[in-house]
Design a protein around this ligand. Structure first.
Ligand code: AQP
Length: 334
């Protein structure tokens, strides 16, 4: 079987963008691959974080993976910081990657502007750690949202450069991964501005629907979300980004095609559509919330999942790391 690797940062709760852009795809494809899904807690400290909530947030994301349908028969779930090879490979890749490759990254430029002088070296280095995450597992496919596309291209460039410099064409050390970005759900937009992606770091909680939001809150957020005064609802009108986003969300959550949604909703006004979207969202998220609660009530089970996940991940990661060190010419550990 081909290998899949992906992850989410434990920075708060997951939102519909993380779910529809990434995790839903993981669940849909998992039976066909050998999957590693990690909670990327080393990435979570590249921006200021609260040490009091990091561990709890890590549990939350791992439990949400399971609640969303990640199945341990096909997939391994683990915590990035529990497998030390991630930090170690990131260092080795740091030393072969030109600085200007990182300075070009759009996400760095956007986040760095927000943080001014406090921006950390870690934020610049984020894509190299992500490359290490992927390359350690010889991943063939990396299912992510559209916003991670540039980082994946960088991962491919780093792997190719490493192989060029330290391996032979016949026997490459690092596997060059392919992105897996589905067209539907790859870019879920904010509820308060249809031109910006739904994001955890948006200061307004009204801009996103979190997977664990209670029904009343989901209803409130949809009631208040930005719309427009145009009559009728339609996809793909670039002057109506909010309309496109809300119809897309409805289609994805109701399991309906674009055509079906168009037929059903083209004559509707917002007053009729919003309650429909709200009800559909609540129904779609209900099983996730219930399953999540069940898992969080059984921390021993969750610890066992993460302990076993760590062991499996470590075996694969340590093997790749030792191949990389051998290629770089290190004296083997005595
Ligand atoms: N709006 C989105 N639409 C589709 N996919 C998205 N992803 C994130 N936002 C959207 C995908 O979710 C996965 C996890 O990404 P991450 O760990 O990088 O999450 P994050 O960056 O903490 O989430 P945000 O909300 O994107 O945070 P900020 O505000 O920090 O930028 C990835 O596969 C990502 O593509």
């Amino acid at each position: 079987k081909q290998r899949v690797l992906s992850g989410v940062q434990p920075t708060g709760n997951l939102h519909l963008g993380n779910y529809l852009g990434a995790i839903r795809t993981w669940v849909d494809i998992q039976e066909n691959y050998d999957n590693f899904f990690c909670v990327v807690d080393l990435h979570a400290i590249t921006v200021p974080h609260d040490p009091k909530s990091l561990a709890q947030d890590t549990y939350t994301i791992a439990a949400l993976y399971l609640a969303c349908g990640i199945d341990l028969e096909y997939s391994t779930i683990f915590v990035q910081s529990h497998v030390t090879a991630h930090s170690e490979l990131a260092w080795l890749l740091n030393c072969i990657t030109p600085l200007n490759w990182l300075e070009r990254m759009i996400q760095f430029k956007e986040k760095a502007v927000k943080q001014g002088e406090n921006v950390s070296v870690g934020l610049l280095d984020y894509p190299i750690l992500m490359a290490a995450d992927i390359l350690l597992y010889n991943a063939d496919r990396v299912p992510v949202g559209e916003d991670q596309k540039q980082h994946l291209e960088l991962t491919r460039d780093i792997a190719a450069r490493f192989n060029d410099q330290f391996a032979t064409r016949q026997k490459p050390v690092l596997k060059i991964p392919e992105p897996l970005i589905r067209s539907e759900g790859a870019r879920v937009m904010s509820l308060t501005d249809g031109t910006r992606k739904m994001s955890k770091s948006d200061p307004s909680d009204l801009s996103r629907i979190n997977l664990l939001d209670p029904p009343e809150l989901i209803d409130k957020k949809i009631k208040r979300c930005k719309t427009d005064p145009v009559r009728g609802l339609e996809f793909d009108n670039k002057d109506r980004p909010e309309c496109n986003n809300l119809l897309s969300l409805y289609g994805l959550l109701a399991g309906k095609t674009k055509q079906e949604v168009t037929l059903e909703c083209q004559e509707m006004g917002w007053g009729q559509f919003k309650p429909l979207l709200s009800e559909t969202t609540v129904e779609a998220l209900k099983p996730i919330r219930l399953k999540y609660q069940e898992i969080m009530d059984n921390k021993d089970y969750l610890d066992k999942v993460l302990r076993e996940g760590k062991e499996k991940a470590q075996t694969v990661a340590n093997h790749t790391l030792s191949e990389v060190k051998k290629a770089l010419g290190y004296l083997p550990s005595l």
